[in-house]
Design a protein around this ligand. Structure first.
Ligand code: FAD
Length: 359
């Protein structure tokens, strides 16, 4: 039997810089927040993550970035991330130009055009069914995607790979993008389902407004997937408002027999309840905001002794609620970061969601 080494896809970017040592240090610091970082005997910096690997090597008056991945989308993400950082640092006086795999003008491997095939209203949600090609990678890792939402009546032209590794939009500016969860994915059928909340003030909000007007035949862009893993445990505490509910539904649906989950879900009222089938032993608690019930108050009543020693706490909710719950989980429950997956899914008064955690 012949053994094949995994195919390595490689691309290279040479960034002219007056101070390549400083540029390498800044890249290592910023990208290293989401990747492991080692310095080789030859002095190169190598950053590795689930996306692949990049090597930062000094040249006369330049930094050479060599990106490598087994997966075209992983490589494309590394190229985009590196270019974004170099441009953010104000380092590039000249246009950036990657050579190697993923030439300018080629399709973006992490992008799909999706067509609405179904749109149903239940409670304050719209459930959109979207169809697209080649969805395998969207079932493999994170649960979340970024939807690129064309304005009403606009025939959107989609991006391709830019010379500098970032998406290049033929008509200039990209449309607004919002993050949603794939509540269900069927790769064979080329189909995903997304539950989108019609929240207060939704008519001026690109995500919710698109959800409300979506009809079969409409198209939307989708990139991803993204989002972290759920650490293995036998006991879980899930905490969510409506925006985290689709992720709770998917995690419960995919959870094996033998796990125990307590899910505390804050919604407006009874009309937002939904079936949450699971092979796990699941205890679901619905809190009605309309009656004054709140996630934070409920969580305040949970003491460290009420939790199993190996519990993993997962949450998706509004920024302020997340912050209060995070503090309790660390200060009162004494949970370490590796057993906490608490994310801010939106921020009151701020369009475009909130993806920063300021613990
Ligand atoms: C990883 C992740 C997964 C997510 N999954 C889902 C999902 O599956 N379904 C889903 O519906 N949402 C989900 N969200 C939340 C969603 O991305 C945000 O609510 C987003 O702001 C909605 O965009 P929009 O264009 O409708 O509103 P925006 O234009 O972003 O906001 C307009 C105004 O509406 C307010 N607003 C936004 N969201 C809400 C809300 N939920 N309730 C009340 N006011 C709000 C904002 O504060 C702002 O004032 C997820 C977020 C993340 C980070």
């Amino acid at each position: 039997m012949t053994m094949h080494a995994p195919v390595r896809l490689v691309a290279t970017l040479v960034v002219p810089s007056p101070d390549p040592v400083a540029l390498r240090a800044r890249l290592a610091e910023h990208v290293g927040r989401h990747a492991s970082c080692v310095t080789t005997d030859s002095g190169d910096v190598v950053l590795s993550s689930e996306l692949g690997r990049s090597r930062l090597a000094l040249e006369a008056g330049a930094l050479r970035i060599t990106a490598e991945s087994a997966d075209p989308a992983g490589l494309a993400y590394i190229k985009m991330i590196m270019a974004n950082h170099v441009l953010d640092f104000g380092e590039a006086d000249v246009a950036l130009h990657w050579t190697g795999v993923g030439a300018a003008g080629s399709p973006l491997p992490f992008f799909r055009q999706m067509t609405v095939t179904g749109a149903a209203t239940f409670g304050r949600f719209r459930r959109l069914t979207l169809k697209g090609d080649d969805l395998g990678r969207f079932a493999e890792s994170g649960l979340h995607v970024r939807l690129l939402l064309p304005a009403e009546g606009v025939r959107q032209r989609w991006p391709v790979t830019g010379d500098d590794g970032r998406p290049w939009w033929p008509d200039g500016n990209p449309p607004p993008a919002r993050v949603y969860t794939l509540r269900r994915i069927d790769v064979a059928a080329g189909e995903v389902e997304i539950d989108m909340l019609l929240h207060v003030g939704h008519r001026d909000a690109p995500g919710a407004a698109f959800a409300e007007r979506a009809r079969p035949g409409d198209v939307v862009g989708m990139t991803g997937p993204g989002g972290g893993d759920l650490p293995a445990a036998s006991d879980y505490l899930f905490l969510a408002d409506e925006t985290g509910l689709p992720a709770v539904a998917r995690m419960l649906a995919e959870m094996p027999v033998g796990c125990r989950v307590r899910a505390i879900l804050e919604v407006e009222g009874r009309e937002d309840w939904q079936d949450l089938p699971s092979a796990a032993e699941a205890d679901i608690v619905w809190l009605h905001r309309r009656d004054g019930a709140r996630l934070e108050t409920m969580v305040d009543a949970i003491g460290a002794d009420d939790l199993q020693p190996d519990v993993v706490v997962w949450g998706g909710m509004e920024h302020a609620a997340r912050r209060a719950i995070y503090r309790r989980a660390v200060d009162i429950w004494g949970l370490s970061r590796d057993r906490l997956r608490l994310a801010s899914y939106w921020r009151r008064g701020q369009a475009g969601g909130d993806h920063h955690h300021d613990d």
